[in-house]
Design a protein around this ligand. Structure first.
Ligand SMILES: O=C[C@H](O)[C@H](O)[C@H](O)COP(=O)(O)O
Length: 282
């Protein structure tokens, strides 16, 4: 039997991950940013950096007629530094939609449900994604998963009003996430992390979330086992919860108030240099 190939060094692994993010972003922009688009949503995180890079690389002649809508302080800065035209989602005329929104994810399941908020951005991301005619997800190979909560085990990020955080924590623990905790601030910041919206984040690790097609696909919280939709519907109703990092429901354009939380397509940069595209079931 041939000896197993040596494991990639940490440095090589990090390079692979960055390269796969870049590949996914460039492909997603190529496929989904049409030249006649005028309103583009830009998400948050390290993968979106490459989305903005890919858009800026098209040149001013291609992008000068486009307005870019951020999902927080980081993407606002990315847009400005790239020389793209910044606009706020609050200025979107009534009844109008973004042509497309690009964003990353922490985990994507086979039905294109997402966990988001690993970088403490999720509320504005959900507003921008659901304001778009089509939402496109960009990610690296580590994010591709059969069920949410399998590879992203830090928990579902939940944005909460600080004065209600302990009440929400108690609810989450009784719902099947005994290790739910308030996310601490980064080094140099005492106390909890504070979001762009002045809220805190609770990370709630639940057992992997089921899909309706699973054998136990009706799981509604018995013994802490949930489907994505049942858990999301319960979480968003907890008093004190501002928004949740589960993007779920239907794919594609759906309501009169906006589009879907789930992407129409998810682009994954793979370790072998290819890009795998998963599209929403019609
Ligand atoms: O809070 C952060 C956002 O939801 C990000 O889009 C998500 O965490 C993915 O980030 P990254 O592209 O850095 O993995």
């Amino acid at each position: 039997m041939a000896p197993a190939p040596p494991a990639a060094s940490a440095q090589e692994q990090a390079r692979l991950v960055e390269e796969s993010k870049r590949l996914a972003a460039y492909q997603a922009v190529k496929d989904h940013l049409h030249p006649d688009y005028t309103r583009i949503g830009i998400g948050s995180g390290s993968t979106v950096v490459y989305v903005v890079e890919a858009i800026a690389a098209l040149g001013a002649a291609a992008t000068s007629g486009m307005l870019f809508y951020p999902t927080g302080a980081q993407s606002e800065e990315l847009i400005e530094v790239a020389g793209l035209r910044l606009q706020t989602i609050n200025k979107l005329p009534a009844g109008a939609q973004l042509d497309v929104a690009f964003d990353g994810a922490d985990e994507v399941d086979e039905a294109l449900n997402l966990i988001k908020g690993g970088g403490a951005c999720l509320w504005q991301e959900k507003i921008v994604a659901t304001s778009a005619k089509k939402f496109v997800c960009v990610a690296d190979f580590r994010k591709l998963s059969k069920r949410l909560g399998t590879s992203w085990t830090k928990g579902i990020p939940i944005e909460v009003l600080p004065m209600a955080a302990n009440r929400v924590l108690a609810e989450l623990r009784s719902m099947g996430a005994p290790d739910a905790r308030i996310r601490p601030g980064l080094p140099g910041k005492a106390g909890a992390i504070v979001t762009d919206n002045g809220m805190w984040i609770i990370d709630a690790p639940f057992p992997p979330l089921r899909l309706p097609t699973d054998e136990d696909g009706q799981a509604g919280g018995e013994a802490g086992i949930w489907t994505v939709d049942a858990l999301a519907d319960r979480l968003i109703k907890l008093p004190g919860v501002a928004e949740i990092g589960l993007f779920h429901g239907q794919n594609g354009l759906q309501t009169q108030n906006g589009g879907a939380q789930k992407p129409v397509a998810a682009y994954f940069g793979m370790a072998d240099g290819s890009v795998e595209v998963k599209t929403a079931p019609s």
